[in-house]
Design a protein around this ligand. Structure first.
Ligand code: NAP
Length: 334
């Protein structure tokens, strides 16, 4: 049996097009000592994958021509020569858009909380956990404060915004359209949501009459510039992502320095990799909120590895609600 994988055929500059990627069949190589093979059930579709396709300075090595398209995968151990993982175990690992992944480093997913594997790949997965640690460790919102979250309909943003609400804050989402704004207010029970099309600064002024205390920033660029016009003294800005720059070869927007000084505000980056030794703490808290009904979780699933590029295009155009996944095999815990 072979593995089907997407590789980078041509480096994208600007919009990701199908000719930048090739779907290839490759032989499955035998695993070495200490390795496992994972049969992919869910491929995580992340905007960061588009950033990895650009040859710019970033937190990971850019993907090179001919390389598999790197991403996290959730799946079943199909072969193991590693003492920590047995055949049949569920794990997640850094892999690629492919049907089988070989690796030495995977994290076991205990069957817990009676939730499907798709929940472990979304709200309890790395994106939900990024929202959790970014909000609680870096943003530290206090009840009664105003929290703003950009890309608030996405995998990280939808969880971050609901945490703001759960902690008793006035919570306002920013998204790409009025229709999505209305939808997330209703479904995630936010106080307000505004579209970044149009006069975002005026919309934020109306939605945040007491100013902004915490900004959970997924977009940056003009969205962050508009937020900065309304921050309160001592505001905390959680810089989680800069999706507005990912299709422009990482020309990073940086027009934020002046308000940081004038408002004595703090802008701090968050990377989930810094929390890998605390993941379980976040999983327990998020699962508690899911089970009590306080936290809604959405997955947007396309079936078949062939659809991975389309799935990433959905994310980059804002067509997704919640976590975008590509599913290759039935969810064993559904
Ligand atoms: N720091 C970390 O460890 C970490 C971990 C995971 C993710 N992240 C970052 O968190 C952010 C969100 O990731 P995610 O996984 O939640 O994404 P997602 O679910 O894939 O959603 C991304 C959303 O961003 C919005 N968007 C897309 N392109 C945009 C653009 N050019 N300008 C403005 N908005 C745009 C879209 O919604 P609307 O257009 O409706 O707003 C889209 O639905 C990304 O920046 C990602 O890199 C960081």
């Amino acid at each position: 049996m072979s593995t089907r994988r997407w590789v980078m055929a041509e480096r994208p500059h600007g919009k990701l097009e199908t000719h930048h990627l090739d779907l290839v069949d490759a032989p499955r190589e035998a695993i070495g000592d200490g390795e496992i093979e994972i049969e992919t059930i869910f491929v995580s579709i992340d905007p960061t994958t588009r950033l990895w396709m650009s040859d710019v300075s970033q937190h990971a090595q850019p993907i090179q021509l001919g390389d598999p398209i790197r991403s996290f995968v959730w799946g079943r151990v199909s072969a193991s020569r590693n003492k920590r993982h047995r055949e049949g175990d569920m794990v997640f690992a850094l892999g690629a858009w492919e049907s089988f992944t070989r690796t030495r480093h995977a994290t076991a997913i205990p069957k817990s909380h009676a939730l499907p594997l798709s929940a472990h790949a979304s709200v309890l997965g790395l994106t939900g956990l990024t929202a959790y640690f970014g909000m609680l460790d870096v943003g530290r919102p206090q009840a009664g404060e105003t929290v703003v979250v950009s890309a608030a309909g996405g995998a990280v943003g939808s969880v971050a915004a609901q945490i703001g609400r759960i902690l008793g804050c006035r919570t306002v989402g920013i998204v790409g359209s009025e229709a999505k704004a209305a939808k997330i207010v209703r479904e995630y029970r936010l106080d307000a949501a505004v579209s970044r099309q149009g006069d975002l600064s005026a919309a934020l002024a109306a939605a945040c009459p007491s100013g902004i205390d915490v900004d959970f920033e997924n977009v940056a660029g003009p969205v962050l510039d508009a937020v900065m016009e309304h921050i309160n003294p001592g505001a905390r800005l959680v810089l989680c992502g800069m999706i507005s720059a990912y299709e422009s070869d990482g020309v990073w927007p940086a027009n934020v320095v002046r308000p940081l000084l004038m408002k004595r505000a703090r802008l701090e980056g968050v990377l989930i990799s810094a929390y890998f030794n605390r993941l379980q703490e976040g999983v327990e808290a998020l699962a508690g909120w899911v089970k009590s009904g306080e936290m809604r979780w959405d997955v947007d699933v396309l079936n078949g590895i062939e659809r991975a590029p389309e799935a990433l295009q959905r994310v980059l155009s804002g067509a997704n609600i919640g976590k975008q996944l590509v599913q290759l095999a039935p969810d064993p815990w559904a």
